[in-house]
Design a protein around this ligand. Structure first.
Ligand code: IPE
Ligand code: IPE
Ligand code: MG
Length: 250
């Protein structure tokens, strides 16, 4: 449904947390130092969402393309993910945050998968805020995985091709049942989506900032929310239709 955005905060914010490497390099530090500082920015963003009535925060932490980075950096990122999950689980739970991890977790090994399962289970009943971390995630992977499952159901005779709808595919993507992001933020100055939530961001409001992820603070978040509020979401309708709250005619 079209919404008047003036006072509304986005229900679901998705962020491509980019710029950690450059943040560190600007200081003459190794890139991994930027990723460490990036974890601080994640903590801050989660707190911000909790305080501002945002229901879902989805964070892009590692893309399916990031395996192409130097082995040492990939190792450092995996290590940081593991240690952050371990050290933050309790506090997330105390703050009634529900944590979910999406992406192809197979290459991460049993130890990581077990920790993810434990954290998801521990926090599964929490309702203050849902935090979704996307690791080894790619929007194309997400769509292809859903297509595979659809094809399997069709081959087994459980689904007729003419019954396949957008809803069918949506239900099989990894973010389901969480609704699509309202606001899609990318830090770090690049103007691209880098294969994040391609299906789900079809109608998200896009917001790009040059601020590097470790520097993204409450003030930067405020600016992104203000930008969101100034947008007119029409979802294909005319501005007049949206204003009159009329879905047809007008
Ligand atoms: C984003 O920061 C974090 C990950 C991709 C894991 P980058 O590491 O891409 O930082 P830049 O873009 O090189 O500055
Ligand atoms: C996108 O950032 C992925 C994450 C933030 C996890 P990248 O730095 O990998 O994106 P590109 O390579 O500049 O497109
Ligand atoms: Mg980058």
């Amino acid at each position: 449904m079209p919404e008047d955005n003036d006072s509304a905060v986005p229900n679901h914010v998705a962020i491509v947390m980019d710029g950690n490497g450059r943040w560190a390099q600007e200081r003459g530090d190794p890139r991994v130092q930027g990723h460490r500082q990036g974890v601080e920015a994640v903590r801050r963003a989660i707190k911000y969402c909790g305080e501002h009535g945002i229901s879902v925060l989805t964070l892009f932490a590692f893309s399916s393309e990031n395996w192409q980075r130097p082995r040492s950096e990939v190792q450092a990122l995996k290590g940081l993910l593991f240690s952050s999950l371990k050290s933050e689980a309790q506090s997330l739970n105390e703050n009634k945050v529900r944590l979910r991890v999406i992406g192809d977790l197979a290459p991460f090994g049993v130890r990581m998968q077990r920790l993810i399962e434990q954290t998801e289970r521990l926090t599964s009943e929490n309702q203050a805020l849902e935090v979704v971390i996307a690791v080894n995630y790619g929007g194309r992977w997400d769509i292809v995985s859903a297509c595979r499952r659809i094809a399997k159901m069709a081959v087994e005779g459980a689904l007729a091709p003419e019954d396949i709808s957008e809803e069918t595919l949506s239900r099989l993507t990894s973010l389901y049942p969480t609704r699509d992001p309202d606001l899609f933020i990318r830090t770090g100055g690049e103007l691209r989506m880098s294969n994040f939530l391609l299906w789900q961001a079809a109608y998200s409001e896009l917001y790009f900032t040059d601020t590097l992820w470790p520097d993204f603070d409450d003030h930067c978040f405020d600016r992104a929310i203000d930008a969101f509020r100034s947008r007119h979401r029409r979802f294909g309708q005319t501005g007049e239709q949206v204003l009159s709250g009329n879905s047809r005619g007008g």
